[in-house]
Design a protein around this ligand. Sequence first.
Ligand code: MSP
Length: 495
Amino acid sequence: MPKKFYITTAIAYPNGPPHQGHALEIIQADALARFYKLLGKDVWFQTGTDEHGTKNWQTAKKQGKDVIDFLDANVKVFKDLYKLLNVNYDNFIRTTDEKTHYPGAIKLGEALVKAGDIYKKKYKGMYCTGCEAFKTEKELVDKKCPEHPTREIEAIEEENYFFKLSKYKDQVIDIIKRNKYKVVPEIRKNEILSWLKQAKDISFSRPKTSLPWGIPVPGDPSQIMYVWCDALSNYITGVGYGREEDEFKKHWPADIHVIGKDILRFHAAFWPAMLISGKVPLPKELFVHGWVLAKGGAKMSKSTGNVIEPFDQIKIFGVDPYRFYILNSMPIDGDGEYSEDLVRERINTELVGNFSNFCYRVLSFTEKNYKSEIKDSDPTPMVTEITAKFDDIKKSYEEYDFKKVIEGILAVSALGNQYFQQKEPWKNLETSHEVLGTCVNIVKNLSILLQPIIPEAAEKLQKQLKLKKLTWKDLNFDLKNHKIGKPEILFQRIK
Ligand code: MSP
C-alpha cells in the first residue's frame, strides 16, 4: 500500500459558528491537499471539532441547551461552510465520538502514565477559558488574557494530574532546531525555541467536580483529561490509533499540521513531548499561519462590532474569489487584512483584469480566427522565462507561502498578456497561428497552477480547453494540434 500524505488542520471549538480565521485555515489546508494531489501524492486530509472543555460546556449551558444538541447544531454549520468553500476533506473527527476518538485518547494517556510522566499535585493557577489554558502572571495584561480581554480569568485551586513537559524540553528543542519536526515560518520556530527553554510541567487534568465535560482520566474517573491533551490526540485517533493499528501505520506520521499562531505552544511543545513520552513517531512539519484582521490591523471581535462573517462574504464575492483573496492576503510570517474594499480591488485588478481577461481573450481569439484549433507554439524566449517560474511556484507552495504562490502565477499571466499585446496577432492572422498556440499553452498552465487556489474556475477552464484532470506533470508547452471548446468569461468585475 502506498504511504499516505497526511494533512491536518487544528480542530475548531464549535462553541459558535465558524469565523474567517477558521475559513482561512481550512482553505490553506485544502489548497495544500490539492497541490500535493497534483504532484501525485496519495493525500489524506483531516479536520474536525474540539468539543470538550470549559468553553463549549459553559456556552451551551448559558444558552440553556443540551450540550450535545448545541454542539451538533454548530458542527453542522462548520460542515456547511467547508462544503460551500469547496473543501475536500477525507475525515471529520469529533472529540465527543466515543467510537473513533476515545480509545486512542485513552491509549495515549495510558502510555504517558506507563512512561512515568504523569503525577498528581495540588495546584493554584489562573485559567483562561478562551485559551483553555493556565496563564502565568507575566502573560496577563491588567489581570486579563490579552487574547480574550472580555473574559474573566478564573483563579483555580485544585488537585490535578501533571505531565512532565520539563523532562522532554531539551529533546524537543533539539528536534525543532534540527528541523526533524520542522516549524514554519522561522519566526514561529524561534518563538517556540525561546519559550521551551523555560517550559515547566503542565496540568493535564481537571477534577470532574469543576469540569464534568470530557474524557475521564484512565484509572481515576474523578478527574477529566485536560482538553488540550484530549484534543491533540485527534491527529492520531482520527487515523486509527487505539482501534485500527494497520490503518494508523498507513497514515501516521502526519506530513503537515496547519494551525494558527495562538496555539503554537500546544503543537510545538506539548504535542511532540507527549508523542515522545507515548513512544509514537513525530509529525514532520508544522505550518503556523497568522491572523485575519480587519482593515488597518484591528482584531475582529463581537464587542468592537467589526466582525465580517465568511458566509456573507462568499455570498457577495463567490467562492473562488473569496478563496483567492484569503490566500493572497496572508503574508507568510505576519497577519492579513480583510475588508470588502480590499477584496474588490484585488479581484478587479488581478483575478479579472489580469487572469480572467487573458484567458478569455486567448480562447475567444482562437475560436474566432482559427476555428478553435491550435497547431504549434512559437519558440519565444518567454516560454523559457515562464517554464522557470513553475519550479519557483512549486517551492512557494512547499514553503506555505500562498501570497508568493499567487504572485508567481499572476506574473505568468501578466507575461502572457504582454506577449499577446506585443505580437499583435490581429494584424496578421496568417503568420500568428503559433502565437495563439503559445498563449493557449499558457492558459493550460494557469489552469494547473491555480487549481489549488480556485478549483472551480480551474475546472471550468480545463473544460473550455477540452482537457481534463491535468496534473503538475502537464505544466509544459507541449499542447499542439488541439481543438479547444467554447470560451466563457470566468470572472466579472465587481462594483
Ligand atoms: N480547539 C483548539 C485547537 C485544538 S487543535 C488540537 C482551537 N480552536 S479554535 O476554534 O479557537 O481555533 C481553530 C483554529 O483557528 C486555530 O488554528 C486558530 O489559531 C485559528 N484561528 C482562530 N482565530 C483566528 C483568526 N482570527 N485568524 C486566523 N486564524 C485564527 O484553538
